[in-house]
Design a binder for this molecule. Sequence first.
Ligand SMILES: [Fe+2]
Length: 222
Amino acid sequence: MEQHFVIKGALDSVTLKDFQTQLSKIKFDGTMFDLYPTPGPNQKKDAEHIEIGTSKESEISQNNLNSIWQSINKTVTEKLGTIYPTYGVFNESVTPMVEHVDAIPTQRDYNLKPAYTLILPLESDVKCHTVVWDVTSEYPVKFQDQKIVGSTDYQHTEADKKLLSHCDKKVFGWGKPYFYEWIAGDIICIKRDHVHASDNFMVDNARATKKSILLLTRFDYS
Ligand SMILES: [Fe+2]
């Protein structure tokens, strides 16, 4: 099974419109969430959380999660085999995300084999990407050793460097960064233990916005 890829045109136009309409009705209450506010093992005592990037989020109810899953289940499981959704949010990025993983020991499905993060881009006013490396890590990336599973033989272009300018310098030792452009209707799939980030979508426009549905999935039902 591939560890990261995109399902092009995964949503039909009716489903895409439905998700975008749901998104437009979300009243983000202004609360900024760091996606991973859990203190890491080697963190300083006074650190509140690991800074990865901030988002406005609205959790998707269990009922709605089931209904969203029904719309995409067939397409997704054809590619990924049987997986189950654990958690979903409507998300608006506020600042770019640095390199991180989505499998975290404190998550409620951590013992149920974390599967893929599914990113459903719905709206953006700037060309933007999710970037993934052939690298796995325990959480948190900042304090753990990473395992490079691909080749490190890669020359970064100037464009790569610009898109990764918010990340730690160590990402340039990890080989090719795979950029998945955000296109509404696609689903970007990333194994949750694989290191990924957003690009620096604000580098030329500090007011740029991007919105999506994010789903975390698992392999074991219970
Ligand atoms: Fe993530």
